[in-house]
Design a protein around this ligand. Structure first.
Ligand SMILES: Nc1nc2c(ncn2[C@@H]2O[C@H](COP(=O)(O)OP(=O)(O)OP(=O)(O)O)[C@@H](O)[C@H]2O)c(=O)[nH]1
Ligand SMILES: [Mg+2]
Length: 293
């Protein structure tokens, strides 16, 4: 059989498990995951190379409709680009749940695209017989090339999903070296690791009002020395992030450092500051500096 290679965009409403799925498919934790919607804010490439096929997966932010900040408009535009440029689109939904936000996300995939419906979180389905009518209803919403029930959590049906995708990818040689996992650099993963801890630790709206910037990233022998800033919009938010005596910030920085030491397989120093930058989600200049525009 001839070799295949192509791009595969993961799209869908927030929280359906796109990032978990990317990590599971690639076998490495590249994309941050949290219980809360709108965790992902970037397009993240994860590459899986098999003898007969190279899959270039692209995780995308799950953006609900009707959001108006400059940040959300930029994110929506990126998702649209990823969906229209990919060879195959994986439309990710949660098993037994298909609502207006799923419908809107599906509507943003250009007509004529090759779309595979991925029904995730089937480990949560108690009665298997409930799945069949759901799949039937889903199949009526669009012309899908396949519907594949999976679980990113348990890994169920991943071989089947990979087989279906490979069948839809164009023939061609590998686009990336066989040992390359992503096109993102270590600096990017450093900011994402810290952002994940903000999502895990902080309540309510606060994670959505925060962003992480890496001020410097130096390799000193086997040590990576990283200086980062957490941007927030108000002084009161800064106080919450710091916590009593700075304890909360310290705990988040320590957790992020441990993740990075695992990912980089080496020692990391991570220094973190918190700065107030009013209305950064609507400030085109700040967003450009953060790589959103
Ligand atoms: N039970 C179960 N939970 C899952 C599965 N896949 C993902 N989750 C959980 O669902 C939540 C959302 O997962 P993410 O991977 O962050 O979802 P996402 O679609 O990338 O979300 P956004 O980036 O916000 O669009 C997390 O709490 C995951 O642990 C699964 O197969 N089974
Ligand atoms: Mg995500």
């Amino acid at each position: 059989m001839s070799h295949r290679c192509g791009t595969v965009a993961l799209v869908g409403r927030p929280n359906t498990g796109k990032s978990s799925l990317l990590n599971r498919l690639v076998g490495e934790k590249l994309s941050i995951v949290s219980e809360r919607p709108q965790t992902t804010r970037h397009l993240i490439t994860g590459i899986l190379t098999r003898p007969d096929c190279q899959y270039v997966f692209i995780d995308s932010p799950g953006n609900p409709p009707r959001l108006k900040s400059v940040l959300h408009k930029a994110l929506n535009r990126r998702v649209g680009e990823a969906a229209s440029q990919a060879d195959v689109v994986l439309f990710v939904v949660e098993a037994l749940r298909f609502g207006p936000e799923d419908h809107a996300a599906l509507g943003r995939i250009p007509a004529g695209q090759h779309v595979v419906a991925v029904v995730n979180k089937i480990d949560m389905v108690r009665r298997r017989s409930d799945l069949i009518p759901f799949l039937e209803r889903l199949s009526k919403t669009r012309e899908f090339s396949a519907l594949v029930p999976v679980s990113a959590k348990t890994g169920k049906n991943m071989p089947e999903l990979l087989r279906v995708i490979a069948g839809a990818l164009p023939e061609g040689p590998a686009a990336y070296p066989v040992d390359q996992l992503t096109d993102r650099d270590e600096r990017f993963f450093a900011s994402e690791a810290l952002r994940e801890k903000l999502f895990e630790t902080l309540g309510e709206e606060l994670p959505y009002r925060c962003e992480v910037a890496i001020d410097s990233f130096k390799e000193e022998g086997r040590l990576r020395r990283i200086e980062a800033t957490i941007l927030v919009e108000r002084d009161s938010q800064k106080a919450i992030i710091l916590g009593k005596g700075g304890e909360r910030l310290k705990a988040m920085a320590t957790a992020a450092r441990k993740d990075l030491e695992r990912l980089f397989e080496g020692k990391v120093y991570l220094g973190v500051w918190v700065k107030v930058r009013r209305a950064w989600t609507d400030d085109a200049r700040v967003l450009r500096q953060l790589g959103y525009e």
